[in-house]
Design a protein around this ligand. Structure first.
Ligand SMILES: Cc1ncc(COP(=O)(O)O)c(C=O)c1O
Length: 389
């Protein structure tokens, strides 16, 4: 039921990688163990030194069959050769970035990337002599112009997950390949259902599995996907030295979540398009930043690069008043006040941010449309809008 490539994406989501049935179990078991024993010492040593990522597996800090199944699936869905899964999306981000820099290296990253990724690039890694230049990712020439002789990495997030700005990925990767610069993208928003960055020339794709892949707000996890050579190198260095892989139970949860990814994403997308389209007409709203709207500034690029959008968008209010923004958020009943997204439940978070082209910070209210009825979510927002008048 897997590797011959003759099945559609929904069939693959349901079954890929699961040829082996364990006592006929329809759901694969969880290998909840820290180590594996070998018939001979020679075989153990050979695996440890020559094939640490397995199989065969020798130690769950490095690999495990339950992780292996999820990694096989994620690599296939993304069109990549290999994947490694980590304890959180941020672990995946950190490990991937660290694999691409060294003392004296320079990174170009796009304005609006996930906060802790920004902190890692601009504060933490500065301690080790790594420099980062932030640019407006909508401007491909700005990305190109920011690169120097010592640039080893271009770090993308498209769209950015608060300001919702998109990069022309093919144009950037074309330049990067000519210059021998590694490109990485946080593609959590898209999932491979809506965009496969490896097909657009990106070297390494990162996901927070915590979001759509999990879908049920019951685990944190992250994934790094790329060529077999890249992932093997990652295993031998960052993984062996830092550990921090995903646990077997969490891997099992993400395998279950992945089966319904497409169905869920369709509903998140439809609901967000409905809500965002209605919201942008409301008098209290200055602008809605949603890739699915025809009014969205980079709509042509979205259509050319992506097969769909998502349940996540933000908006700014005309008055931009903190007390009113807080009151709006606090009045919501179906949207929980919380920082994540991608699960079954709707969420709201307010952030005071200054995109690189703004003169001063503004309040961005980010909504995540869960799997509730769109009409109920709309009614909830409508009753809270009174706070913004
Ligand atoms: C776009 C994006 N990337 C990465 C992360 C980090 O993922 P995790 O929370 O699983 O560490 C997040 C979390 O909110 C995110 O929104």
């Amino acid at each position: 039921m897997s590797a011959n490539g003759s099945f559609g994406f929904s069939t693959d989501l349901a079954h890929f990688g699961e040829d082996e049935k364990h006592l006929g179990a329809v759901i694969p078991p969880i290998y909840q163990n820290s180590l594996f024993v070998f018939p001979t010492m020679e075989e153990l040593l050979d695996t440890m030194y020559n094939n640490p990522g397995g199989p065969p597996h020798h130690y769950s800090r490095v690999s495990n069959p339950t992780l292996d199944l999820l990694e096989t699936k994620l690599a296939h869905f993304e069109g990549g050769e290999k994947c490694k899964v980590f304890a959180a999306g941020m672990t995946a981000v950190s490990v991937a970035i660290m694999s691409a820099v060294k003392q004296g290296a320079h990174v170009v990253a796009v304005d609006g990337i996930y906060g802790p990724a920004n902190g890692l690039l601009n504060t933490y890694l500065a301690r080790f002599g790594v420099e980062c230049t932030m640019v407006d990712g909508r401007d491909t020439q700005a990305v190109i112009d920011a690169c120097r002789d010592n640039t080893t990495l271009i770090y993308l997030e498209s769209p950015t997950s608060l300001t919702f700005r998109v990069q022309d990925i093919s144009a950037i990767t074309k330049f990067a390949r000519e210059r021998g610069i590694t490109t990485m993208i946080d593609s959590t928003y898209n999932t491979p259902i809506h965009m496969r960055p490896l097909d657009l020339g990106v070297d390494v794709v990162i996901h927070s599995l915590t979001k759509y892949y999990g879908g049920h707000s019951n685990a944190t996890g992250g994934a790094v996907i790329g060529s077999a050579a890249y992932i093997d190198k990652l295993i031998r260095s960052e993984v062996v030295m830092m550990g921090s892989l995903l646990g077997p139970f969490q891997s099992w949860l993400f395998t279950q979540g992945s089966r319904t990814l497409k169905l869920r994403l369709k509903q998140h997308e439809a609901t967000a398009n409905h809500i965002a389209g209605w919201l942008e007409q409301e008098p209290e709203i200055k602008v809605v930043h949603h890739l699915g709207l025809e009014s969205y500034a980079q709509r042509d690029l979205v259509k050319s690069m992506m097969k769909g959008t998502s349940g996540l968008f933000s908006f700014e209010t005309k008055q931009d008043d903190k007390a009113k923004v807080m009151d709006f958020c606090n009045r919501l009943q179906l949207f929980g006040r919380g920082i994540s997204w991608g699960g079954f439940e709707s969420l709201v978070v307010a952030s005071h941010v200054k995109p690189c082209d703004y003169d001063s910070p503004r309040w961005f209210i980010r909504l995540f449309c869960g799997l509730e009825d769109a009409e109920d979510l709309q009614a909830d927002i409508a009753q809270a809008l009174v706070a913004l008048r």
